[in-house]
Design a protein. Sequence first.
Length: 58
Amino acid sequence: MSEERDFERAWLSKLSSCLDEIAGEEVRKVVLRGSEGLSSRSGRGEVIEWSKGAMERL
């Protein structure tokens, strides 16, 4: 699946841009930690667990 059609990667890209704009690079790095391997092929449980952790890191 190409990246532009990969919902998880597209969503993470948008989140990354917004975090950079609003909170800065350091906060973005902390919040997005561990997202590198997520994609539309990731299991739902994995995505949910990562999302929960990201919200806690915010």
